[in-house]
Design a protein around this ligand. Structure first.
Ligand SMILES: *Cc1c(COP(=O)(O)O)cnc(C)c1O
Length: 220
């Protein structure tokens, strides 16, 4: 097996192990390979190994890389995991199959209009600033009910929550909190867990894990 296939098999086995320890089905967890900063030549081996969900954090970079790769291999799902500017909402609605970073009122309004114009709505997650950190993206925990209500009014269906726990702290309590918030609002999906902590996230209910370094090696 090549290196990409090896790494993919390792991450898939770790997800399956964590799911089984939590008495969950591994099939209920979607592995998103975070390909930001990596070029098509680095991405193709993972596609060849069977990976079909990929994550990017910038609309421009994704628009430059992915349409050609998607023509080569049909059936690839693209996830936007980084901040989205309102003026790129329509481009994002057309390019991505899921957007994990809905985090503010102005973006909800822009996405409502953009999805109506595009005639399609990607799977949508509200990003929550789960540690209430000063500098971090995501809507404040206290603002979540209001933002969800606004999304409904704008004609958007929110399917889940996404969070990145504070970097220097134990992530488990934050994953548990995100799971609880999703449950409270009747949302089925939880996007949580990165290379360093995706097994913990799976044990605490993640339906989508976003893994870059463990699949591609370190970024420049
Ligand atoms: C880059 C990124 C990831 C992947 O991080 P790794 O530590 O490389 O797995 C996951 N989620 C978000 C939002 C990211 O920006």
């Amino acid at each position: 097996m090549n290196e990409a296939a090896d790494r993919l098999a390792g991450v898939e086995a770790a997800i399956a192990g964590a799911a089984s320890r939590a008495q969950r089905r591994a099939g209920d967890v979607t592995l998103i390979a975070v390909s930001k900063t990596h070029d098509a030549d680095a991405i193709r081996p993972l596609i060849a190994a069977g990976q079909r969900h990929f994550g990017e954090n910038r609309v421009q970079e994704a628009a430059a890389k992915w349409p050609a790769l998607q023509r080569e291999t049909p059936g690839i799902a693209l996830h936007l995991i980084g901040q989205l500017q309102s003026n790129k909402a329509e481009e994002a609605a057309l390019l991505f199959d899921a957007i994990h970073s809905v985090d503010r009122s102005s973006l909800v309004q822009a996405l409502g209009k953009a999805c109506a114009r595009a005639g399609r709505q990607p799977l949508l997650f509200v990003q929550v600033n789960i540690g209430d950190e000063e500098q971090k993206g995501g809507c404040a925990v206290a603002d979540l009910p209001g933002l969800l209500a606004e999304a409904t009014e704008a004609g958007l269906k929110i399917e889940g929550l996404m969070a990145i726990p504070p970097a220097e702290l134990e992530p488990a309590p934050y994953f548990a909190l995100l799971d609880e918030l999703a449950e409270r609002h009747g949302l089925p999906l939880r996007s949580m867990g990165m290379s360093g902590d995706y097994e913990t996230a799976v044990m605490l209910g993640a339906t989508h894990v976003r893994v870059g370094t463990a699949l591609f090696g370190s970024r420049e």
